[in-house]
Ligand binder design. Structure first.
Ligand code: ZN
Length: 110
């Protein structure tokens, strides 16, 4: 596996990695997230399939970020609502790259 970057999501730190031929307990997956219970410096791990098209990888990262936000805030959204949010937000970012890119830059300002 390869370390990609670290995200902050609220109070949590999330280590993002990628791996080829990613699988979970059941079958091949595009990505997964899990809470880290050890003494690692990170609270969560997101792992992405390395062979995905960049757009699919971005959507998978968005999806797994939503899982972390859901779980760490006790929202109880579950898979189908997360999938709908992923699709809606992914489409909004894709359809409005200039305005939403500016929104992200404005949010990052001090
Ligand atoms: Zn999911």
């Amino acid at each position: 596996m390869k370390f990609l970057f670290r995200l902050r999501l609220g109070a949590a730190t999330v280590r993002v990695e990628e791996e080829r031929d990613l699988k979970d307990q059941n079958n091949e997956v595009h990505g997964y997230s899990e809470e880290l219970k050890d003494v690692s410096r990170d609270d969560w791990l997101i792992r992405l399939e390395s062979q995905l098209h960049p757009r699919a990888k971005a959507l998978t990262l968005l999806h797994e970020m939503l899982h972390v936000i859901d779980d760490s805030n006790g929202l109880g959204l579950g898979e189908s609502k997360i999938r709908k949010l992923e699709q809606a937000l992914g489409q909004a970012f894709r359809d409005n790259p200039i305005h939403l890119g500016q929104m992200v830059r404005d949010l990052a300002r001090e």
